[in-house]
Write a protein that binds this ligand. Structure first.
Ligand code: LR7
Ligand code: MN
Length: 573
């Protein structure tokens, strides 16, 4: 089975960041706005006869495989759809188009029933219905979309309707964030007239997913809100364990386990509850997954019990409607994508709530490798969102994020309302959150040095991307003073690290490797007087090549300028 950790690291998050962090500054940003009053395209009260199933799926299945190649029921039980190797040209083109428009294999998805069956990913522990209160609150399910594929959106909605107890779903609110794909207009409205619980709400302009979610919440009436991305599949029994936690305590915010739906084959992957991850973040304010910490495991008898999570991934969660409002829902100054998951996570914990991942609840999500839709050009939206987040919630710790982005904060608008919200709610400090909720996070201020590592004679800096757990080559680049790929920390334990990646030397090249915490090949000492970086197991020193283009390890010699390094913010005391 695939590892969600790897999937998410390589997935849309990383790519969205690539597209968001360009330095374009031409187009002025639109100031934060409250979501406009929407036009309601379809009201939940209208009742009509259900459309026969064959007809519903017509629209999805435009291009069919030659019958001999097609399994009778592609994708059933979450099985992968395998397209033939030799496809006729028109089919090949249709497959490519699907990828271009959606960044997943839309063609394969269109072959699968919008009511497809899935395996039951729950542990046996979860199936004892006596674990859940009988009197659970109703939820409205809010699904925001911008140019989502037809079959994927329908499958999301049907998985909710087909696999939730009827009496627990108030409405399914589809929020169209100004899509222009034709199938999301009248065709969508016509389709859902047969489903009285489904309501379509349309924004008057492109708002981004954060303001779209706020808009959806304005139409909700049930005591609980449940948010889903528009390319999800809920599995059997997903809802009750979520609602149960909120019924017991309305300040508990809950997330299902997010299973991976393969972007190419649409295969449904899952693991048992011993493989559950919790959410964290790094000082670039990127979300990350981590194994359940030992201190948390000790609180439980079974790995299927809900676990505390410092942060949520963002797209899939349930929250008490009143509690969400009390927390000020989302910051409406956040644009398009990103950061809102950390905002909600921080304030949940800091303002008296609890955030949990519920291993008995599984929902699949298509993880993409790039973001298929347009971000607003000219503005680094992710940075703007993150600066707003840092300004309001992170106290003095905001400086580590700013340092990481070269202190280039851009224009983040006005956050005085959000600061007032925090005051009024008398929320705890970010320090409290780090100490009590996320003690695993490495704090740059606790490092011996943090910032760039430069060879002063050449003005070259250690430079590398860090992505997930895979081994990466370490390289050199002219010092640019912008943090990013030149931001490093020398930990007290002798690691040269960024987030969870460490400088590693195993006798060949200097690489970046997942930090293992047991010194060895990842153990470095800085000699302040000679400015050398000594490597533990080899006893060699880090140097730059004669041509100043490569890193190498060589016999230590304190008279060689190429072995000298300046560490930013060094404090060896
Ligand atoms: O402008 C937009 N308007 C929208 O309505 C952009 C997006 N959207 C919709 C979109 O159609 C989708 O339904 O918003 C939803 C999220 O967008 P994705 O699917 O492109 O984002 P993602 O899955 O890569 O992003 C994750 O991080 C986001 C940060 O803002 C949101 O919190 C997403 O909900 C979140 N997804 C998940 O948590 C699923 C698990 C991913 C992980 C880890
Ligand atoms: Mn998504």
């Amino acid at each position: 089975l695939e590892d969600p950790v790897v999937d998410s690291d390589l997935g849309a998050l990383g790519n969205a960041i690539d597209s968001a962090q360009g330095n374009a500054i031409d187009e002025a940003d639109i100031p934060p706005t409250i979501a406009p009053k929407p036009k309601v395209a379809h009201s939940a009260e209208k009742k009509k006869k259900p459309v026969p199933k064959e007809k519903q799926e017509d629209a999805a299945q435009k291009v069919l495989l030659p019958p001999s190649e097609l399994e009778e029921t592609p994708g059933e039980m979450g099985k992968p759809v395998k397209l033939p190797k030799d496809m006729p040209d028109d089919m090949k083109k249709a497959v490519e188009d699907g990828w271009t428009k959606n960044a997943f294999n839309q063609y394969a998805s269109d072959l699968i029933s919008v009511h497809r069956t899935l395996p039951d990913p729950r542990d046996a522990w979860c199936k004892d219905t006596a674990r859940y209160l009988t009197d659970l609150p109703k939820t409205d399910v809010i699904i925001c979309f911008h140019n989502e594929a037809w079959s994927v959106l329908l499958r999301t909605v049907h998985s909710v309707l087909d696999r939730s107890p009827e009496h627990l779903i108030g409405k399914v609110i589809l929020v169209d964030d100004y899509s222009d794909m034709p199938h999301l207009k009248k065709q969508l409205e016509d389709y859902f007239t047969a489903y009285p619980k489904v309501q379509i709400v349309r924004g008057a302009k492109r708002e981004g997913l954060i303001r779209a979610r706020i808009l959806g919440a304005q139409y909700a009436k049930s005591p609980v809100l449940t948010y889903l991305d528009s390319h999800c599949e809920c599995t059997e029994g997903w809802l009750e364990p979520l609602l149960d936690r909120i019924a017991r305590n309305s300040t508990t915010v809950v997330c299902p386990v997010i299973d991976v739906i393969n972007d190419d084959t649409l295969e449904y992957h899952y693991r048992d509850s011993t493989g559950v991850n919790v959410g964290g973040f790094d000082w670039n304010l990127q979300f990350s997954w981590h194994a359940v910490p030992e201190r948390e495991k000790k609180r439980h008898n079974s790995s299927a019990e809900p676990v505390y999570s410092p942060t949520m991934a963002g797209g899939l969660f349930s929250i008490d409607r009143d509690f969400f409002e009390r927390l000020g829902t989302y910051d409406s100054g956040f644009d398009i994508w990103g950061g809102e998951n950390l905002e909600l996570s921080f304030k949940t914990w800091m303002c008296g709530g609890t955030l949990e991942i519920v291993p008995c609840s599984h929902v699949g999500h298509i993880f993409r490798k790039r973001s298929p839709y347009k971000w607003r050009s000219g503005v680094n939206v992710l940075r703007k969102n993150s600066v707003r987040l840092a300004e309001v919630w992170m106290d003095d710790y905001a400086q580590y994020y700013y340092h990481r982005i070269g202190n280039d904060k851009g224009d983040w608008g006005d956050v005085s309302d959000r600061k007032k919200l925090r005051e009024d709610l008398q929320c705890k400090s970010f320090r409290w959150y780090l100490d009590n909720i996320y003690p695993e996070l490495f704090i740059p201020g606790d490092a011996v040095a943090h910032g760039e590592i430069a060879n002063p004679h050449s003005n070259m800096c250690l430079d590398a991307q860090t992505k997930g757990d895979s081994e990466m080559a370490m390289s050199l680049y002219e010092c640019h003073g912008q943090g990013g790929n030149q931001y490093w920390m020398l930990s007290k334990a002798g690691e040269i690290r960024r987030d969870d990646s460490c400088l590693d030397y195993a006798g060949k090249d200097v690489t970046l490797y997942a930090c293992h915490g047991s010194k060895g090949n990842q153990f470095w000492t800085y000699r302040e007087n000679t400015k050398q970086l000594h490597h533990g197991t080899s006893g060699k020193c880090l140097a730059i090549s004669e041509a100043k283009d490569k890193l190498l390890m060589e016999e230590c010699n304190s008279s060689l300028a190429r072995q000298q390094w300046m560490l930013e913010n060094y404090d060896g005391s």
